[in-house]
Ligand binder design. Sequence first.
Ligand code: 2NL
Length: 339
Amino acid sequence: MNEKLAKIREEAIAQILAADAPEKLNEVRVKYLGKKGELTAVLKGMKDVSAEDRPKVGQLVNETRAAIEEILESTKTKMERALREEQLKAEVIDVTLPAKKEERGHRHPNTIALEEVERIFIGMGYEVIEGPEVEYDLYNFEKLNIPADHPAKDEQDTFYINKEIVLRTQTSPVQARIMEEGKLPIRMIAPGRVFRSDEVDATHSPSFHQIEGLVIDKHISFADLKGTLEVFAKELFGEETKTKFRPHHFPFTEPSAEMDVSCFKCGGKGCRFCKGSGWIEILGCGMVHPHVLEMCGIDPEEYTGFAFGVGLERIALLKYEIDDMRLLYENDVRFLKQF
Ligand code: 2NL
């Protein structure tokens, strides 16, 4: 009996030491200490042991059980500790590693320029008003005093949906619609997408953006126009900016002018940026033609006004010294990241 118990003990210990997972330990426990286990079988066989030997054998069985249990427990503890250490090593966080960079998007240079212009005019009490990109010929041309035989109306220059409907070539139809509503005075800017049948090159695109401005009130004069646009130029390009107005012609304004600003790169001395002239052309403007006022239901004897139009891309290209308009539309992230 002694030998048998020693053998059970040896076998059990060998199997415990060979176990490589907690489940294997449990198998050993069941095999030797369980209800149908080998030690229990020995206890069940006690009836064949002489009464005299029974206490001794009983004690031996108990010692064997205690020994196996002890090794089971200590092995289990060691195994769990090793597993936990392995897990901790695998989950280690190196707090000295540089953090993953969160790539933040930002506004497109066109949007930055637009919001800058909007900020300036909102500051002078103007409203920002948008309107349809698909327009009636009536609002895009006729009410703006652009006659049927005007070259701008050529199919070569304008996208026609049909005889009466076009893709707007300027945002002035938004202003014509506001004038027609008849709520005076008006102080507004109309930013938005416009369309012209142009081939793509460094300075042209069939779709670009314009910001037009309109003021209508009693006693508005060319002095108001000059003062307003001078403030605009100084806000946009810097306090030291000078402005100059050259006579021009537009069908919808009379008189009309183009405004130049002193070159913000060389201060007016002349450089490559301003092609040596010291001046940069920035916008077209003028006093709203009385005939335009009349066609939009405003009495030109009582009200006068001024208007102007500026290309948004032109401002973005100038402000950020970009030499090719196509870069603004190509969505190349390497380009856009710079602003
Ligand atoms: C330019 C010139 C201009 C206007 C736009 C306008 C609008 C109404 C009435 C009268 Cl409703 N005029 N707009 C006036 C003068 C010039 O734009 O070169 N734009 C890029």
